[in-house]
Design a protein around this ligand. Structure first.
Ligand SMILES: [Zn+2]
Length: 182
């Protein structure tokens, strides 16, 4: 069986422009970038999806997203960043080996990551909510709406609180980097 292309990159059997590495992942420059600085995070192990990737490796991937993303953003003076991961052919996965794209964003660039929002009824949303929450309730903690203000919609999904307490300037990569150097 022919070995996967990303495994060959990890082993150095095909040339790469490696910009970062730890025990579990490498980060390389995409040679056909969507934008300047477009980089790939590739686990060293051959995992077909994030769903079968061990926690320690997931942690390395997340660190590479935050640490790498902030550094890349600084280096190319990006105004924003997209983190793109696809699972399954229909989602754009071409190689059965996890890859996470870090795509720096600039004003008026030619990168399009978009979808047309659908308009489900409240009833449809509620059914989907019940379907998902019954599937996940043993493993996901859903944050309850705060009591002082009635929720506008019946569905309240957990929202991260970080960042709300202190106001940070937009796209301040440097403040991230200081906290995340491994
Ligand atoms: Zn592989």
């Amino acid at each position: 069986m022919e070995e996967c292309f990303f495994c060959k990159m990890v082993k150095g059997e095909v040339p790469t422009l490696k910009i970062f590495e730890d025990d579990n992942v490498i980060m390389v420059l995409d040679i056909r970038p969507a934008n300047k600085g477009h980089s790939l995070i590739i686990p060293k192990g051959h995992f077909k999806s994030l769903f079968e990737t061990p926690g320690e490796v997931l942690s390395s991937i997340m660190n590479a997203i935050v640490f790498g993303g902030s550094k890349i953003g600084q280096a190319v003076q990006a105004q924003g960043l997209n983190v793109v991961y696809g699972f399954g052919e229909i989602a754009g996965q071409r190689v059965p080996h996890v890859v996470v794209h870090l795509i720096p964003r600039f004003q008026d660039d030619k990168v399009y990551i978009s979808w047309e929002p659908s308009q489900p009824t409240q009833d449809e949303l509620k059914k989907t909510y019940e379907l998902l929450s019954s599937e996940l309730k043993k493993e996901v903690v859903v944050q309850q709406p705060e009591k002082k203000e009635p929720a506008e919609t019946p569905v309240e999904v957990a929202t991260p609180k970080s960042g709300q307490e202190e106001k940070k300037p937009e796209y301040d990569y440097s403040s991230w980097t200081k906290k995340r150097i491994p």
